[in-house]
Design a protein around this ligand. Structure first.
Ligand code: SF4
Ligand code: SF4
Length: 265
């Protein structure tokens, strides 16, 4: 484990945990599945914290920073290369586009607990983390479960503008974050929910009210500390689509939301 820790720390991953492959919950069907190593035995789940203090604006916090897909690629590609050399085994990385159910695997890997808002709650960074996985045919020791729990306080459910949270389940059809990302014309009720959410992209309400997100640590990842854009003006939407996580949906989605929220360009 020490060599694994050394290699990952050097690449820029400070927090990680290991769970069995396959993990407890069923694998997801996606094209990335074809990149899984044959006879994979371990999943190394990596945390990418992105929180910086004072971030207030008109998009979700995770979208204020550099696109995490790019940041994860820049960290995990060399990490896998070093791990291949060190262990003479197969290592493939995934982030977001992953066959691994990421939150439940992170819980199994001892990185935190799952909240009633459906998100991973970590001890140091609360819910403000991205996840990535390295999957390998090498057998590593598995991590112990994390201490602590979601407080069950219900603040996330009470704050949810879409009424999407109930008993620990998220009804995606009512989640403003999901609705704000849909293409095309929104229905009148979807439009109302985007207005109620008040952001051009995403929704952070169930994170902002969570007691676990008080006094969280700032990210140590430099790429998430610079080039932060908290409030997006209409004219910034197209250029920002090249560097932010919302770029994959294209500029028209944010331009539509801008008109819903502000009415003018
Ligand atoms: S992201 Fe917003 S709409 Fe979605 S579950 Fe959380 S609070 Fe509700
Ligand atoms: S707001 Fe309360 S119930 Fe919701 S995830 Fe946080 S601790 Fe759990």
């Amino acid at each position: 484990m020490t060599m694994l820790k050394q290699i990952l720390n050097q690449a820029g991953v400070r927090e990680f945990g290991v769970c069995p492959m396959p993990p407890e919950d069923a694998l997801l069907d996606c094209r990335a599945k074809s990149r899984l190593p044959e006879n994979a035995r371990s999943v190394i789940v990596c945390l990418f914290p992105y929180y910086s203090p004072g971030l207030e604006g008109n998009i979700s916090r995770y979208a204020m920073v550099e696109d995490y897909h790019k940041v994860a690629r820049e960290i995990l590609t060399p990490a896998c290369e070093s791990l291949r050399q060190a262990y003479a085994a197969e290592f493939s990385w995934f982030a977001d586009n992953s066959p691994i159910p990421e939150v439940s695997a992170a819980v199994q890997a001892g990185l935190g607990v799952q909240g009633r808002n459906g998100l991973l709650i970590t001890p140091d960074y609360g819910t403000y983390v991205f996840l990535g996985e390295i999957i390998t045919d090498h057998l590593f020791d598995y991590s112990a479960p994390a201490q602590g729990s979601c407080l069950g306080c219900g603040r996330c459910e009470a704050a949810c503008p879409g009424g999407a949270l109930c008993g620990g389940a998220v009804d995606i059809s009512r989640c403003v974050s999901d609705i704000s990302q849909r293409k095309g014309e929104l229905t009148p009720s979807e439009t109302e929910l985007v207005r109620a959410g008040g952001l051009l992209w995403g929704c952070d309400r169930c994170q902002l009210v969570c007691p676990h997100n008080r006094e969280v640590k700032q990210t140590h990842i430099q790429a998430f500390q610079k080039n932060i854009v908290a409030s997006v003006a209409y004219g910034q939407i197209r250029p920002l689509c090249k560097t932010r996580a919302f770029g994959f949906r294209g500029p028209r989605v944010l331009e539509r939301n801008y008109h819903i929220l502000y009415g003018v360009d």
